[in-house]
Design a protein around this ligand. Structure first.
Ligand code: G3D
Ligand code: MG
Length: 272
């Protein structure tokens, strides 16, 4: 028997709190939870799918990358885009600015790293919308502009969650790359502490051999240091650098760990 099982990396992209983690949770374990835990760094979840078409069935394993939605973490975000074969671009229908962000931030950054790949839009939280029809019309406009498919969804009720992921899988099988034009991102001034946090995390990931291995540790140590990724503080970052060094000391020699720590503390110092 021929093994045509394919493993594919896909991304969930969109601003913070649009529902990326909830959509993945709904799709993978069919649950919804109201407690909001900001995703620190990236998180990878695996899901096996079978895509049926009239002529054949394709088995596929999705490696679903839940990418930190906070803007300004460009290093983490852009390195997480590498090797992705598809992306769900998520916005929150109750916050129109999150749809704008897809144009201004997520798509330009994605295309600065990857070749065009299949993209599917997800207009999430439709359960909260006053007019479902208006939400659908706005999504249709965006689909026209970007020339991609899209769904109105709710991670809460489960509406169209599977449809969104399967729609992306089908576009990937059909190699229907999005025909979105490359363009420059709209630059904004970010919190300088966010840029340093990003730099420290990217640095740590490099020494740990990549995001997949490193992020669980990053998550643990940044949480322990009390870091809020939306507004990291100098004191919190110093603590995080100590904790990361502590974690690294079981993998690297003491001199290297100390050198990394001093370098990272230097970056923090430069900010203020
Ligand atoms: P993110 O991963 O994109 O940052 P989350 O977003 O999945 O963490 O969701 C952010 C908040 O929105 C969470 O609630 C979550 O429960 C809520 N949410 C996600 N999807 C939906 C949806 O389809 N409908 C509704 N009503 N809420 C949704 P809190 O309240 O804790 O902020
Ligand atoms: Mg999240």
């Amino acid at each position: 028997m021929v093994d045509d099982h394919v493993k594919r990396k896909i991304l969930l992209l969109g601003d913070g709190a649009v529902g990326k983690t909830s959509l993945i949770r709904r799709f993978v374990v069919d649950k919804f939870s109201d407690d909001y835990i900001t995703t620190i760094g990236t998180k990878v979840t695996k899901k096996d799918l079978r895509i049926e078409s009239p002529s054949k069935a394709t088995d596929m394993t999705f490696m679903i990358w839940d990418v930190l939605g906070q803007k300004g973490y460009r290093g983490i975000q852009e390195s997480s885009f590498q090797g992705a074969k598809g992306a769900l671009l998520v916005y929150d229908v109750t916050r129109p600015e999150t749809a704008e962000s897809l144009h201004e931030y997520w798509i330009p950054h994605l295309l600065s790293v990857t070749d065009p790949i299949p993209i599917v839009l997800v207009a999430n939280k439709v359960d909260l919308a006053e007019s479902r029809r208006k939400v659908q019309e706005d999504l249709d406009d965006l689909k026209d502009v970007l020339q991609v498919d899209g769904f109105v969804s709710s991670a809460k009720t489960g509406l169209n969650v599977e449809a969104g992921f399967l729609g992306l899988a089908k576009a990937m099988i059909a190699k229907a790359d999005a025909k979105v034009m490359k363009r420059d991102a709209v630059e904004e001034t970010w919190n300088p502490f966010i840029a340093v946090t990003d730099q420290i995390i990217v640095d740590f990931c490099e020494f740990m051999g990549g995001q997949e291995a490193a992020m669980p540790i990053v998550r643990q140590q940044l949480t322990r240091a009390g870091i809020d990724v939306k507004a990291p503080t100098k004191e919190g970052l110093r603590l995080a650098v100590d904790y990361l060094a502590e974690a690294e000391s079981s993998f690297r020699n003491a001199a290297d760990v100390e050198a990394s720590k001093l370098r990272r503390l230097g970056w923090i110092k430069e900010v203020a």
